[in-house]
Design a binder for this molecule. Structure first.
Ligand code: ADP
Ligand code: MG
Length: 605
């Protein structure tokens, strides 16, 4: 006898639940889909009410175009959408939704109710969907627009429900979704409440700057630099924060493409490239950037949650974005505001007092200009650690948008005439018309060396200092081969070397710019960079690393006693650079105390 067949087509509700797995991962994904629907419906006010992090209730109400009776009958059906009609529409999607999957998916894993009324209808309509079981469409009194209620998410898929995190975690993900939507859509007001408490809101009339301020506070908002650029029909606009506001995570990194919040490989690469040389490794820049481009130039249909896209002209877009970003970044005020150091120290002192456990040495702001005190080692000052510290108070740096004070950035008279104070043979203190500045002489010199070298390499004219006696560096066989293979490319960078026996490299010449170069150290760095990247020395990212390493392996200016003349020359050369505010490894080169900082430090205001 034949065994009964074992392959069968799944019942519809199971198919929907499986599909739901792709779209609905947690409450935040429901919030995202419902808010997108409201935006697609042209809403100007969207209210989001959550209970228990969204696990118990998610209600999204809008004042958009609403739906009629027949629409309600179909809204929960899989692959039902008003946003696409034929395959050609997929090539230029201008709406946030288009897959017709969200409501069907959500309906299959929760108890839902959809109420809607169009402007032309006197009465509204309502339909209930319990875990995929659709009720009849009934007449109902309703305000204009649409309200979708989603209760008891995953009540019928316990395995999923178990994966939900703590209420606070789920809520903060929902908050993130709403905030990103609010930052992407001027002209739309948002109100978010959680367990009856208002958690976030923006008014429809607020612009991007106002929305950022509302979301992240005045400190971030007032340090931002405006970005605006155009390439053909593509536009970029938004704000970037100076590198000192960078963070460990990407929570304040926001890209919007035609109103869609997204994370994208290409856009991450744009940030890495744009901030190269300005940011310490593993720090994430803070940016709020909107791209507006012809929908035909981008494929948004590559990811069920629509959070990734594919750009059709990747290279061109990449170049355009990086240039616009770097240009804006150069205008940001990168000097570390001195006041934040004082406050950081005060906070740490307070914390240390509260918790009497061993603390690392506190930076003592007084030591920056010691009076006869024995010089401390640079490490103990911890100045470099501070940019990563949390910032709570408003920064004393000059406000964004305001023209920079002339005296700081574009001196009329010779601002490098001194007098200067050199502290611990490491820090240069110089008076500014409205305060003073402490410069790390080594970091600045490193930046100068790096920038000059880079300009020479770009111009194809690196001056080479030939060594009278080649310096021999012992390496592993494979390393000698690696370097030997790249010798011609390295020569174009002013690094002349050749294999000298199976385990030895002979360095014949180095860029003349390098001051007291450490050939062995440089060679070791070269090997590491080439091995890690697997690319030739003139590939952009390798080149940058090699130049960084060269700059860092040479300018041993820490510990040099400098006279007034030398100090003036160093500062003057720094001022001529594209940016002299950070060293090539993105540590700050200077810390600035303005009058306002001093007044706050002395409690005069
Ligand atoms: P999609 O957004 O991909 O079209 P959805 O399942 O999210 O698919 O929604 C199905 C359809 O229901 C939409 O195409 C739209 O016509 C309608 N719809 C959903 N939410 C709303 C809303 N808030 N206002 C008006 N129409 C809506
Ligand atoms: Mg949708």
């Amino acid at each position: 006898m034949d065994a009964p067949p074992i392959v069968r087509v799944l019942p519809d509700h199971v198919i929907d639940q499986i599909a739901a797995g792709e779209v609905v991962e947690r409450p935040a994904s429901v919030v995202k889909e419902l808010v997108e629907n409201a935006l697609d419906a042209g809403a100007t006010r969207i209210q989001i009410d959550l209970e228990e992090g969204g696990a118990r209730l998610i209600r999204v109400s809008d004042d958009g175009s609403g739906m009629g009776r027949e629409d309600l009958e179909l809204a929960f059906a899989p692959h039902a959408t008003s946003k696409l009609s034929g395959p050609e529409d997929l090539l230029h999607i201008a709406s946030l939704g288009f897959r017709g999957e969200a409501l069907a998916s959500i309906g299959s894993v929760a108890r839902c109710q959809l109420t809607s009324r169009r402007p032309e209808d006197a009465l509204g309509w309502r339909v209930v969907n319990e875990g995929g079981r659709l009720g009849p469409v009934l007449e109902a009194g309703a305000p204009l627009g649409t309200a979708v209620e989603v209760r008891d998410l995953f009540y019928n898929t316990p395995a999923r429900r178990r994966f939900l995190k703590k209420t606070g975690t789920e809520f903060s993900r929902c908050l993130d979704v709403v905030q990103r939507a609010a930052l992407a859509h001027d002209g739309v007001g948002f109100v978010l409440s959680h367990d009856g408490q208002r958690a976030f809101d923006v008014e429809p009339a607020m612009d991007l700057a106002g929305r950022i301020r509302r979301t992240f506070g005045a400190e971030v908002a007032s340090a931002l630099e405006r970005v605006e650029a155009r390439d053909g029909t593509s536009r970029l606009e938004g704000y970037v924060a100076p590198p000192r506001l960078s963070r460990r995570d990407t929570s304040r990194q926001m890209w919007f493409l035609n109103g869609r919040a997204l994370r994208d490989r290409l856009l991450s690469a744009v940030l890495r490239e744009g901030y190269r040389g300005f940011l310490v490794e593993h720090r994430q820049p803070v940016v709020f950037l909107r791209i507006a481009m012809d929908p035909a130039l981008v494929d948004v249909n590559v990811h069920p949650m629509k959070s990734e896209v594919r750009f059709r002209e990747e290279r061109r877009l990449f170049g355009f974005l990086v240039n616009a970003l770097r240009e804006a970044l150069r205008r940001t005020d990168m000097a570390t505001p001195g006041m934040s150091l004082v406050e950081g120290a005060a906070r740490r002192e307070a914390r240390a007092a509260a918790a009497p456990r061993p603390m690392p040495a506190l930076p003592d702001p007084g030591v920056l200009v010691p009076r006869g005190a024995p010089p401390r080692t640079p490490e103990r000052l911890e100045v470099r650690e501070v940019p990563g510290a949390p910032w709570s108070a408003a920064p004393p740096a000059r406000p964004a948008h305001a023209a920079p004070p002339e005296t700081l950035d574009a001196p009329a008279r010779d601002e490098f005439a001194g007098p200067f104070l050199q502290v611990a043979r490491t820090y240069l203190v110089r008076a500014l018309p409205d305060g003073f500045e402490v410069v790390d002489q080594h970091a600045l010199h490193e930046r100068i060396t790096y920038e000059t070298l880079r300009a020479e390499v770009r111009a194809g004219s690196v001056a080479v200092q030939r060594l009278l006696v080649p310096e021999l560096v012992e390496l592993a066989r494979s390393e000698v081969e690696l370097l030997g293979g790249h010798a011609p490319a390295l020569a174009r960078l002013g690094i002349e070397l050749e294999p000298f026996g199976p385990t030895t490299i002979a360095v014949h010449g180095l860029p003349a710019r390098l001051r007291r170069p450490d050939a062995a150290g440089l060679v070791a760095d070269l090997v590491r960079v080439l091995e890690e990247s697997g690319k030739p020395p003139d590939a952009d990212e390798v080149l940058e690393e090699v130049l960084h390493s060269a700059a860092c392996r040479s300018s041993v200016m820490a510990g040099d006693e400098l006279g007034e003349e030398a100090i003036a020359a160093l500062l003057r050369r720094g001022a001529q650079l594209e940016s002299d505010q950070t060293c090539p490894h993105a540590r700050p080169t200077r810390v600035r105390f303005t009058l306002a900082d001093l007044e706050r430090a002395f409690h005069r205001r």
